[in-house]
Design a protein around this ligand. Structure first.
Ligand code: NAP
Length: 246
């Protein structure tokens, strides 16, 4: 019997992360659902995966805390095995004009969106070296490519993820591990529900495909990047944004 690939997805309790978890489970991977604290939502993701015949386990973990990440990855490796696909999807926003951004608003958004991804990559790195195979997908944003008024902290973190990803892509390419960036535009999730109505409609008006994206639109690309068909793609930044960033 061939061994199953293990996928670890941060922020998989809800939104885009949940859709990615379901997609990778459907592709035959065992899933580690990392989440911040919403036990009910994480359990729902696990049940959805079980209902389609897959296996998932849940791990509460603050990705911004290196100790918490080290403990969670150790548990995942013990329970499921070494991570084959690492999806850095956990993210938060604290939107304000730069004039009003407090130190902690800037720092926390960097800590979760950027440093969290680094901690998870570092923790899985040795496992990738040993396996001589693997996939890393980092979820950035169109804001990281074009910037966005009111999101200086978030855009800086998401742009930082692109530099991090290209560096890791270069480091791990000789070991057969790819690292790519997916940059969603406006996707319908709890995160965007929180946006003021005017912000949502002005964004929608700028999307050539004239609709918000669905979580499955993002998950489909992540699924492809984690498949063997994508073995020659690394260091790429791929938007899923209905044309918003072109
Ligand atoms: P969401 O619905 O708000 O879900 C956020 C997820 O991240 C939840 O699972 C949450 O866990 C987890 N999380 C938050 N802080 C965490 C922490 N410190 N440690 C571990 N997990 C943490 O977000 P989403 O809209 O699906 O976004 C997913 C990713 O896509 C984010 O990186 C976001 O920046 C990016 N993105 C989203 C959009 C969009 O339009 N939605 C556009 C571009 C990029 P709990 O459930 O436990 O709180």
């Amino acid at each position: 019997m061939t061994e199953k690939n293990i996928a670890l997805i941060s922020g998989a309790s809800r939104g885009i992360g949940r859709a990615i978890a379901i997609t990778l489970a459907a592709a035959g991977m065992d899933i580690a659902v990392l989440y911040a604290g919403n036990d009910v939502a994480a359990e729902e993701t696990r049940l959805l995966i079980e209902q389609q015949g897959g296996l998932a386990k849940c791990y509460a973990c603050d990705v911004a805390n290196s100790q918490s990440v080290a403990e969670a990855v150790a548990k995942v490796e013990r329970d499921l095995g070494p991570v084959y696909a690492l999806i850095n999807n956990a993210g938060i926003t604290r939107d304000k004009l730069a004039l009003r951004l407090r130190d902690e608003d800037f720092q926390r958004v960097l800590d979760v969106n950027l440093q969290g991804a680094f901690y998870l990559i570092r923790q899985c790195y040795a496992g990738f070296l040993r396996q001589k195979r693997g996939r890393i997908v980092n979820i950035s944003s169109v804001a990281g490519i074009n910037g966005n008024a009111g999101q200086a902290n978030y855009a800086a973190a998401k742009a930082g993820l692109i530099g991090l990803s290209k560096s890791i892509a270069r480091e791990l390419a000789p070991r057969g591990v790819t690292c790519n960036v997916v940059a969603p535009g406006l996707i319908e999730t709890d995160m965007t529900k929180a946006l003021p109505e005017e912000a949502q409609s002005s964004l929608l008006a700028r999307i050539p495909l004239a609709r918000a994206g669905r979580v499955e639109d993002v998950a489909a690309l992540v699924g492809f990047l984690c498949s063997s068909a994508a073995s020659y793609i690394t260091g790429a930044v791929i938007p899923v944004d209905g044309g918003l960033s072109m």
